[in-house]
Design a protein around this ligand. Sequence first.
Ligand SMILES: CSCC[C@H](NC=O)C(=O)N[C@@H](Cc1ccccc1)C(=O)O
Length: 628
Amino acid sequence: QIPTPERAVTDPKSLTSPVNPDARAVPLADIGASRSLSSAAWSADGKQIFVATNLTGRTNIWRTDTAGSWPVQLTQSDDAQTGLAASADGRYLLFQQDVGGNEYSDIYRVPVNGGVVENLTNTPDRRESDLLVGPSSGLVALVTKLKTQGQSNVAVMDGAGRVRDLTREADPQFSWSPVAWIADGKALIANRVRIDSKVSEIWRIDVASGKSAKLLGKADTVYAATDASADGQWIAVSTDEGSGQIHGGLLEAATGKLRWLKSTPWEQVPASFTRDGRALIFRINADARSTLYRFDLASGAETPLAIPPGVNYLVGSEPRSPDGTMLMLNHSGADSPANLYLYDLAAGTARPATQLAIASLQPAALPKSDVVTYKSFDGTLISAIVTMPANLKRNGSNPAIVLPHGGPTGQAQDGYSRYATAFASRGYVVIQPNFRGSTGYGKAFQDGNVKDLGGADLKDTVAAKHFLVDSGYVDAKRVGIFGGSYGGFMTLMAIGRAPDEFAAAVQWFGIINWRTMYRDQDEELKAYQRSLLGTPESDPQVYDAASPLTYIRAAKAPLLTIQGENDIRVPRGQAQEVHDILKAKGNVVETIFYPAEGHGFQKKENQLDSLTRTVAWFDTYLKPSPVR
Ligand SMILES: CSCC[C@H](NC=O)C(=O)N[C@@H](Cc1ccccc1)C(=O)O
């Protein structure tokens, strides 16, 4: 049994389908027409905000007055534009844009009042991303990564788009990212992080010379900086030292002394100092719900920010308004699609700055969620988010869908999910398990899948199905499984290793064969794969045991696969490989490829098409055929 934060086990019989005469299937076209919140930034004078969203079906940039106004479209492109940051002189909005989802973004700029868009970097073989605008010199810190390498470095870019690397990482398992400018723009605080995010160090880099000095770091330990106070006195840090759970504190730069926030069993991550330097905003992720708090440096008091519960986090590389009175944050809940909120620090109130969902997606019309806990095969506690349809009878006749998340270094959170909404409003009970390997439950739990992908984590996922069946609502023969990427891998593992558990399956850009993955994928993902499985040469048995390829011929469930042609993480060959094997065997399979899409579908028509096909697949194979 892996130790995780203490919490009560949920009685599956306590799940209840609410009575709601107004409940109805939320139209897929309405879900598809609701917009994403990809990125946001303040203008240099704070009077305007910029938002990257797919209002038109493409992720482009829009500008509104902070006080509220009709949004003005600033850019147009078929390719997604994100990572927004206003230049220090206030004249330009900087952003990143790749080509057809290939993840090798360049840095662009557009005048804040509209005009010609310029590609500043123009480097198809090098990714530039994660802009952090400097105080005055015109320099912008950023992350660079060559196609030929796994590692990323910290660099600075001048106003003409000239990029100068400050770090020269030799180890492909480690990458650098800038955190904060200090000393009036003469130095940077940066993190050096191992690809599996289980080791990380904090560094100070001199911008003129590129000389760097390690401030904090230990073997096998996370020490990450998240911000520095304007006077450079304090650095906000998080670490997993001691408890194995990420917790937050302050590093006093002059003395090297550490001061910790109040202890909690849950993940606690500092976010940003307020501009007056009096407080630190931090986040506690308690069992998949994320709350923002304010820590007062003088008194040590910790106060939650008044924001509705759900998933709340600060947005952008500079979430603070230029005058320091407001913060930008992303709020979503199971029944509330994501919006940008502005939080007034003095008044302690939040107001939405966007209305991204179509009006029909109101809380009253959307299914609700519960965070539940069950015991897996070895007694390990697993948390999951259950989205319950309204008006179900507890008669063991209802269909359900298990939704494993991607990563695996990630977590299903209790925010808005277009998939849970689409399925649950159509009568499917939905469960999103945080199987071992997920983040948020401590180091031992996150380590629990290493060299065992699709082993114990699959058992945790199958146990999620049994939890739903034990509620008395669900028919064990009408349960489907659906996931993207690592969730797609889990879907393929499930139908191969547990062929009698799931009656239908949909996988988007999932992994069938870790050997061909290692041959075909991007260098960065190779480094990540090594951290999870070793190499095909060092660990051949691990590769066999962890590849769905080994088991897939036992699969019975009808399988729909959807894949982007330009995916550099899970290349298209993975989808082709599983399709060819199951087709030759005579299974029911359908495979769809979208051109000019990468890892996840950006274009609205593909988002709607993939959702519509997925719902139709489950309706065909999990719902009783209509009586004629
Ligand atoms: C850049 S390192 C992180 C990779 C990322 N995982 C996050 O936890 C990721 O893209 N994972 C893919 C699946 C995958 C796993 C191993 C190698 C390639 C792809 C995903 O689930 O999105």
